[in-house]
Design a protein around this ligand. Structure first.
Ligand SMILES: C[S@@+](CC[C@H](N)C(=O)[O-])C[C@H]1O[C@@H](n2cnc3c(N)ncnc32)[C@H](O)[C@@H]1O
Length: 260
């Protein structure tokens, strides 16, 4: 599995934290015994779950060893971190009060199977909350990866963000149907954040830590440099630098399912 770099990820920590906060703010669960954060990354935001549900055992799970090493620095008696694949995680029926997956489900396949299994793990009063880039969002590199020059070399590498074929994310209404059928009351919405990013090539730097990783990891040497140059140029064209910074409009889908 391609490696994640906690430092690169944390370069835009404040911009990435906001959707997490806005997602968690809509969780109606007041009392919790067990809280799980799937794809917890460096654990910074998982720690805020431990503050909100201060009586609960909070578990962060991530498939990246580097992320888990970074997160483990925050470990306490209440807050624990574990290496694991969210796609394989199956809670026992009624065993969890809050399940959060912020900006991680776009890396995990087969939401049609996964989400009903997670919903079944919720106790009465429990909530499943996740946030993903909207399924149609392609910052530009998805199109480049699909060009004949790159498609063969990139093989099956998929960026989690990009053309529909490259992301497992479903349209919003599909999630509403899926979780309603699983017995949850669903609150879903989409928001576009207009991030203003500082510095040179900030959109490339943003996605280098996330959506571009699978493509970059699939290439080496001159190919990697050429692909990088093409993507940089495309992102500069698509997101021009302005006197105050570079605007990155980032559309995100939020889904909160509550078991009454
Ligand atoms: C964009 S980061 C989000 C981190 C954190 N949730 C946050 O809001 O800051 C995506 C995280 O998902 C993790 N991830 C990707 N695929 C995963 C999987 N199959 N199981 C668990 N974690 C996964 C990555 O390692 C990475 O830490």
């Amino acid at each position: 599995m391609a490696s994640w770099d906690p430092q690169q990820y944390n370069r835009f920590a404040e911009e990435r934290a906001r959707p997490f906060r806005e997602l968690v703010a809509r969780i109606p669960t007041t009392q919790a015994v067990a809280v799980v954060d799937l794809g917890c990354g460096p654990g910074t935001m998982t720690a805020t779950l431990a503050e909100r549900w201060s009586d609960a055992a909070v578990l962060g799970i991530d498939s990246s060893p580097d992320m888990i090493v970074a997160a483990s620095e925050r470990q306490t008696a209440q807050l624990r971190f574990q290496l694991g694949d969210a796609g394989q995680w199956r809670p026992q029926r009624g065993s969890v009060d809050v399940i959060v997956a912020n900006a991680s489900l776009q890396w995990v396949d087969d939401h049609e199977t996964l989400l009903p299994a997670w919903a079944a793990g919720l106790d009465d009063g429990g909530t499943l909350a996740f946030q993903v880039p909207v399924s149609t969002f392609d910052p530009g590199f998805g199109g480049i990866a699909a060009r004949p020059r790159w498609a063969g070399l990139l093989g099956g590498a998929a960026g989690a963000i990009g053309p529909r074929s490259a992301t497992p994310v479903l349209p919003a209404a599909e999630y509403v149907r899926l979780l309603s059928a699983a017995g949850l009351t669903v609150d879903a919405w989409e928001t576009t954040y207009y991030h203003v990013l500082p510095g040179d090539d900030p959109v490339f730097e943003w996605f280098k830590g996330t959506g571009l990783r699978p493509y970059l990891d699939a290439l080496s040497g001159d190919d990697r440099e050429e692909f990088t140059a093409e993507v940089r140029q495309e992102l500069r064209r698509g997101y021009p630098r302005e006197p105050f910074g570079t605007i990155l409009p980032f559309p995100r889908l939020f889904v909160v399912g509550h078991r009454a």
